[in-house]
Ligand binder design. Structure first.
Ligand code: PRT
Ligand code: ZN
Length: 302
């Protein structure tokens, strides 16, 4: 049993100290209006604008820190969180963490990859082979689900060179562009997990004022994430062609339509909830629109 965490009136959020998720996590917290002062050892940041402090750690430590109550929330890859939870499960413990938010970045896949010159016929082909991975529990679960008996070779890093070093026959590793696998004459053949950065927190929620602080922070983060994807589309169109142009507008808010003095044209503004493709702009142009412009939105209060 984990001892109950002592009451705290400041929220503590763990983020990666350095690595792929470090900068986007800081950017997200900054976009939520958090400012902080770093300690000399750069491991602790004191929140100035809100009673929210940051702990800068290795990503692998984040789930354990939340479980122990040292931190309340953490920004971590789903892969790391699930590997941790499977470890607890195999030790007979109940799950403690849940994904409070999916952040949509830090995306990658946990894939099985085999030598490029081999053919893939399906998971059964792995029977009796050695599979190198830094995610032994996720791999073991998948092998169990596939009813395949293979030997899991846990490694702490550089998984992709294991076949060349004779440590394993195939690998199970994170892939984003696939460049690392190609450089090692390996090819991805099947996916065990689709991962992205998530806000991990206690499945049971947070008590005392930290619960309210977390709600405030996550509400602001939601706003910041939405804003990041929001664009303002501006264009002109002949008044007569308005229905045709309006029908082609990307999903978003209600357009604002203004008359352009001295012409039979209107100027149209609309908020879009995702990027506006070139193809869409070309379709709008063909429908009679002109002066098309797509602008990022810095802030919004409606
Ligand atoms: O020091 P610390 O332990 O905190 O950092 P770390 O080295 O363990 O983690 P880091 O910074 O490499 O990754 C943090 C998280 O980013 C991971 O847990 C994933 O959730 C996510 N992520 C997204 C990735 C990748 N993409 C990724 N491509 N993590 C690792 N990789 C590695 C992969 O292991 C392989 O070596 O990148 C290589 C493959 O990349 P491609 O683009 O060549 O396919
Ligand atoms: Zn790590």
């Amino acid at each position: 049993m984990t001892p109950p965490a002592p009451a705290r009136d400041r929220l503590r959020v763990a983020i990666q100290k350095s690595g792929r998720l470090a900068e986007p996590a800081r950017d997200l917290l900054a976009a939520a209006g958090l400012t902080w002062r770093e300690s000399r050892d750069r491991l602790f940041c004191y929140g100035e604008s809100l009673p929210v402090d940051l702990l800068l750690v290795r990503d692998d430590d984040i789930p354990g820190l939340i479980t122990a109550g040292v931190c309340d929330l953490g920004v971590v890859g789903r892969n790391v969180m699930q590997e941790y939870e499977l470890g607890r499960e195999s030790a007979g413990h109940e799950p403690v963490l849940s994904e409070w938010r999916q952040l949509g970045w830090g995306r990658c896949r946990l894939d099985i990859a085999i030598p490029e010159d081999q053919e893939w016929t399906g998971p059964a082909q792995l029977a009796g082979l050695r599979v190198a991975t830094t995610y032994p529990r996720l791999l073991e679960r998948w092998l169990r689900d596939q009813q395949v008996e293979a030997q899991v070779v846990p490694l702490s890093g550089s998984v992709e060179i294991a076949p060349r070093l004779g440590q394993a026959d195939v690998v199970c590793d994170l892939v984003s562009t696939g460049g690392t696998l190609r450089a090692n004459q390996l090819k991805p053949v099947t996916t065990l997990l689709h991962s992205e950065a998530v806000i991990a927190g206690p499945a049971a929620g947070l008590e005392d004022s930290r619960g309210e602080l977390a709600e405030l922070l996550l509400g602001r983060m939601d706003g910041a994430l939405r804003l990041k994807e929001t664009r303002l589309l501006m264009l002109r169109a002949p008044r007569a062609g308005l229905p045709e142009v309006t029908a082609l507008l990307p999903e978003g808010g209600e357009p604002t339509v203004l008359s352009v003095d001295g012409t039979d044209e209107v100027s149209l503004q609309v908020l879009c909830h995702s990027a506006v493709s070139w193809q869409r702009l070309e379709e709008l142009k063909r429908a009679g629109a002109s002066h098309l412009m797509v602008l990022p939105v810095e802030g919004m209060l409606v």
